[in-house]
Design a protein around this ligand. Structure first.
Ligand code: BT5
Length: 321
């Protein structure tokens, strides 16, 4: 993989024809090996033309989430430095969980073009059409008590918020606890899963489903009314590897705020951005429904709902405005 990345770097350097000899000398491999890499790149969807006496020229990069393509847009110390890429997977969260149990280090990102059993919360499904959106999971290993895990969902939502704003100029809305919406429709959801040992968190898996280039007619009928994508909002196609690099960079930015300043700071930033204080809402939780005015969120991420003067703390649920 590192060789592929190197070959691509030299191919892109001049933006013109690059001789096989030049790349071969730079990398320290034979011209035949270079030719083999060109063939491999073509099989992966890259379009390369060869001109006698001039060399190779890259004319098209495929819309694939290859690790080295994401890396070009990454500005992090550890998140996304190792990316495991799959065309198809059961669920990136399930896979990341398995890998983390086996000792996968902090920052590793598992990404797939499609998921066969993408998961939402409470056993719900995450619709994951191939080659359109982002489905990824990141392994984090914060040294915290399990009670402090919940606000990590907000780290993800805030990172997605900034990514949408930077990529499209649109300011989305944040909906408690884990949604990012554009004009009331869901563009992204986060699923946190974690493992503990005694009083400590062993690892947290941050799973993000982020709709990028999905078109209206490609959406499952069940969710057509409530889901959207960046394409549907702007009528533009986005380079997913670039959006992914920006997202992982933003994720590390907010994770470092969490590590340095704690969950209280993250909850405060999220609360401000979500502008939920004083909003009337209905929250359903395990079949029970509560109506009241939001007093904001607690430092552990729970919603504080003022129901006729009484404050009820709701740990998890679904909000209706
Ligand atoms: C979530 O659950 O929003 C968390 C979604 C996390 C998905 C990612 S994808 C990568 C990683 N691997 C996984 O297996 N999962 C994570 P929840 O709040 O329960 O919302 C689920 C509900 O959102 C569903 O019941 C649908 O109504 C709706 N939904 C499903 N797919 C959607 C999509 N692609 N876009 C928008 N809404 C969707």
């Amino acid at each position: 993989m590192d060789r592929i990345k190197e070959v691509l770097t030299y191919l892109r350097q001049k933006g013109d024809y690059t001789s096989g000899d030049y790349i071969a000398t730079k990398i320290g491999i034979s011209r035949t090996a270079i030719w083999k890499y060109m063939k491999q790149l073509e099989r992966m969807g890259y379009r390369i033309v060869k001109l006698k006496g001039k060399g190779y020229r890259l004319i098209e990069t495929p819309d694939k989430l290859y690790p080295w393509e994401i890396d070009r847009h990454l500005d992090t110390q550890f998140i996304g430095k190792r990316v495991i890429y799959k065309e198809k997977i059961d669920s990136t969260n399930t896979s990341a969980f398995r890998l983390a149990l086996g000792g996968e280090p902090e920052g590793t990102c598992i990404i797939a073009e499609t998921q066969e059993t993408g998961k939402g919360r409470l056993g719900r499904k995450w619709f994951s059409p191939a080659g359109k959106n982002l489905y990824l999971s990141v392994v984090l290993r914060p040294k915290i008590h399990p009670s402090r895990v919940y606000p990590i969902t907000f780290i993800s939502s805030l990172a997605v918020y900034d990514t949408i704003e930077m990529s499209t100029g649109i300011q989305p809305t944040l909906k408690w606890p884990n949604d990012v919406l554009i004009k009331g429709k869901k563009v992204c959801g986060t699923l946190i899963e974690f493992s503990t040992e005694a009083d400590l968190v062993r690892f947290v898996i941050v799973g993000i489903g982020f709709n990028i280039n999905m078109k209206e007619e490609e959406i499952d009928k069940d969710i057509q009314q409530k889901a959207t994508s960046l394409f549907m909002e702007t009528k533009k196609i986005y380079e997913r590897a670039s959006v992914c690099g920006i997202l992982l960079t933003n994720l590390e930015k907010y994770y470092s705020v969490f590590e340095k300043k704690g969950e209280k700071e993250i909850c405060e930033i999220w609360e401000k951005q979500a502008a939920i204080k004083g909003k009337y809402m209905e929250i359903t939780q395990m079949g029970e429904s509560y109506k009241g005015v939001s007093e904001g969120i607690d430092r552990d991420g729970a919603m504080l709902l003022n129901i006729n003067g009484q404050i009820k703390k709701i740990i998890a649920g679904d909000v209706n405005f």
